[in-house]
Design a protein around this ligand. Structure first.
Ligand code: NAD
Length: 319
């Protein structure tokens, strides 16, 4: 039976992943942790929660012993746009935090799952059908720490036998928690603004395609790889996964099918645009499909329909 500890559980992914894993493995078997002290009642009340800053290695080790943890899902990180404002903080949290996780995993032989990102790629990477194994020269501190994190995780697997696994997540579209300061956040904001105001000014320019994934597929991918037969895994850190790739005008066209008077304008942020321009248009995820059976359920059309329904109910606004 899995005994899981999540770090950074109060963010965009952790908020939903914690509940998903508690459903799957039992509430008491999933310890939620974050450096923030409070979060949604559903998380704080459905199972154990502890405050943990991932820079505190001793406390991390103590919690693993106290809760008999055998798997760490390491979500705590500083994301791309925030990282460019605070590069030293991003280095510390993303690198030292992961190192602390890997060290405790080495000592106690725990499984470790760490999401990587499309941010591991850069301008010299092939932009279309970006291969699994290719050039990785990112131009953000976030990307640099994610590449180093992939290498470090592979090192702990080959050198110490730690069962490390990861996926290169695209931008995530979701409706429970707001995104935490990434370059793809526009693809969430656009839905909130469409429901609330029927208009949105995108900080990403027309024609900029990036990979995206809907949260239910993200949860599915993490669970599938966590449970995948290790014998089949030729790669470990980290797998390309893809489900849809679009530009702002494509998502606006889908929203217009449900909200005909929705209006998209542009107010481009040069920092986030430069990051977006250096990321792939779409990734080749054949290795994930072949090695652990990855297959998404949601395309842009299904995602748009579901997001608008869920947000209309959440915000209590009729479409
Ligand atoms: P988020 O920013 O929404 O949440 C991160 C959480 O980590 C927050 O709750 C924050 O309080 C916590 N945290 C920050 N510093 C911490 C510290 N020192 N100790 C403990 N907790 C700390 O991020 P997210 O979107 O949920 O991302 C989770 C993981 O997935 C990250 O590794 C991120 O790089 C990766 N990822 C996310 C996306 C995306 O679009 N959301 C895309 C690709 C990869």
């Amino acid at each position: 039976m899995k005994k899981i500890m999540l770090t950074g559980c109060l963010g965009q992914i952790g908020t939903e992943l914690t509940l998903h894993l508690r459903d799957r493995y039992g509430n008491d078997n999933v310890l939620a942790t974050d450096c923030n002290k409070t979060g949604p009642d559903e998380i704080m009340q459905s199972g154990p929660f502890e405050v943990l800053d991932v820079l505190e290695a001793d406390r991390m080790a103590d919690l693993c012993v106290k809760y008999k943890i055998n798997t760490i899902i390491h979500l705590a990180a500083i994301l791309s746009a925030v990282g460019e404002e605070k590069p030293q903080r991003a280095f510390n949290v993303n690198m030292i935090g992961l190192f602390n996780v890997l060290e405790v995993a080495r000592e106690k032989q725990l499984q470790v799952f760490t999401p990587s990102s499309i941010a591991v790629f850069g301008e010299s990477t092939p932009q279309n059908m970006t291969p699994q194994d290719t050039i990785q020269r990112p131009n953000t501190i976030y990307g640099v720490t994610k590449v180093a994190g992939e290498l470090l995780s592979d090192y702990y697997y080959t050198k110490f036998g730690v069962d490390t696994r990861g996926i290169r997540l695209p931008g995530i579209i979701s409706h429970m928690a707001m995104p935490g300061g990434g370059t793809t956040d526009y693809a969430v904001h656009i839905f909130y603004e469409a429901v609330k105001n029927r208009r949105y000014a995108s900080f990403i320019a027309e024609g900029t395609r990036m990979d995206m994934i809907y949260m239910p597929d993200c949860l599915k991918a993490i669970t599938m790889l966590l449970e995948a037969d290790p014998v089949r895994l030729r790669h470990r850190n980290s797998f390309n996964i893809a489900s849809m790739s679009f530009a702002p005008e494509d998502i606006a066209a889908e929203i217009k099918k449900h909200i005909p008077d929705f209006e998209l304008t542009y107010d481009v942020d040069p920092v986030r645009q430069a990051i977006a321009d250096s990321w792939p248009n779409c990734m080749d995820d054949r290795c994930a499909r072949e090695e652990w059976g990855w297959k998404p359920d949601y395309d842009l059309s299904l995602t748009t329909k579901d997001m608008l329904e869920k947000l209309s109910a959440k915000l209590n606004i009729k479409l």
